[in-house]
Design a protein around this ligand. Structure first.
Ligand SMILES: *Cc1c(COP(=O)(O)O)cnc(C)c1O
Length: 347
């Protein structure tokens, strides 16, 4: 139960909370959302989600601020992205209002699991949209479950926040295809990257960096987070059809502009890694993970040649990145003014 939670040592893992909030789409309409303490769903083994990955999801956070207020960070953006993902699967999608309502209700009904201010912890919300009607033929789902669940989370990997990690380039694998589903938050994309991710982790790397699948020349993104680099007075992030539009990246770009940095959204050649002063992975789970070294292992005839790009200090986050991080976290925690109106307050 919540009383026994050590908010300082949460990590990023499953925990039973009070309820999941869900709604079911059938015959052209969504049912009234219900909160249930039973975390087991009841639907057919023939549901599309089990066979054809008729499934997409979201990730967003609620924070307890220094002022005691509870803030959801940009839930409207997550609502719109889920709509794009679900629509790409040709499934019914919840309205933005319904998405936000259900997220708010999930926070309220699980309120004792929301970490207090001061632990660098938050409540992670996981909305999922999955196809449930029984089917055998390949088809989009006509019955869809939309569920919002949550878990209190601390730092993702257990590592101290902003501690740099290493990455390796995925030379022999892609997470998305050219003209594929990389720009949508589909569960299928994760299935694709699990195996190469496991390999990278076994080799001791924290992150796996994917390249543009068509030419393997330009940087795309990490497996579950975007790529951002600092070069002089510029914030550089890849422009690519196969990159997932990260809300964290979008927010950090706005913060960077507030600080007077120039934001460059463009193709980023792999070799440019040698020119960056700071590189980070960014996403909701950790905001940013500094990357201090990237290995590129290329097979030349029968030998593997490793080229290592060293970026910044292996011990600490780059100064510009840390400044961006602090502003964003400050807005989420109520320490800094929310000039962009990103936070939705739970009353
Ligand atoms: C979810 C996700 C991200 C991060 O997006 P945020 O909105 O910042 O959490 C980045 N890349 C991929 C592939 C993702 O699935």
């Amino acid at each position: 139960m919540a009383e026994q939670l050590d908010f300082g040592a949460l990590g990023f893992k499953y925990r039973k909370t009070n309820v999941i909030v869900s709604s079911y789409f059938k015959d052209g309409q969504w049912s009234a959302p219900v909160a249930s303490a039973d975390f087991n769903f009841d639907f057919s083994a023939f549901a599309g989600v089990f066979h054809y990955a008729n499934s997409c999801f979201e990730g967003l956070k609620a924070f307890r601020g220094v002022d005691g207020k509870i803030r959801l960070f940009r839930p409207d953006e997550n609502a719109k992205r889920l709509q794009r993902s679900g629509s790409h699967l040709d499934m019914a999608v919840p309205s933005e209002e319904m998405f936000i309502e259900m997220c708010l209700r999930c926070v309220k009904e699980n309120i004792e699991f929301l970490p207090p201010y001061g632990y660098n912890a938050s409540m992670y919300l996981r909305p999922v949209l999955i196809g449930c009607n029984p089917q055998l033929g390949i088809a989009s789902s006509t019955e869809v479950l939309f569920a919002v669940m949550c878990a209190p989370v601390g730092s993702y990997s257990g590592a101290a926040s902003l501690s740099p990690g290493t990455a390796v380039i995925a030379r022999n694998y892609d997470r998305a295809a050219p003209n594929g589903t990389g720009a949508f938050k589909l569960s299928a994309n994760y299935a694709t990257s699990l195996h190469p991710y496991n390999m990278a982790h076994r080799q001791g790397y924290r992150e796996l960096l994917f390249l543009d699948p068509a030419t393997k020349t330009y940087i795309d993104e990490f497996g579950s987070s975007n790529f951002l680099a600092i070069k002089g007075n510029s914030y550089v992030t890849p422009l690519s059809d196969s990159v997932l539009p990260s809300i964290t990246n979008k927010s950090l770009q706005a913060v960077a502009e507030d600080f007077g940095l120039k934001v460059e959204k463009r193709r980023v050649p792999v070799e440019e890694l040698a020119e960056f002063e700071e590189v980070n992975a960014c996403g909701t789970a950790v905001v940013i993970t500094p990357i201090c070294s990237v290995d590129d292992k290329q097979k030349l005839e029968d030998t593997v040649v490793t080229k290592t790009y060293k970026i910044g200090s292996p011990d600490k986050c780059g100064a510009v990145s840390e400044k961006l991080y602090k502003r964003l976290r400050g807005i989420q925690d109520g320490l800094e003014e929310d000039t962009h109106n990103w936070c939705l307050y739970l009353d």
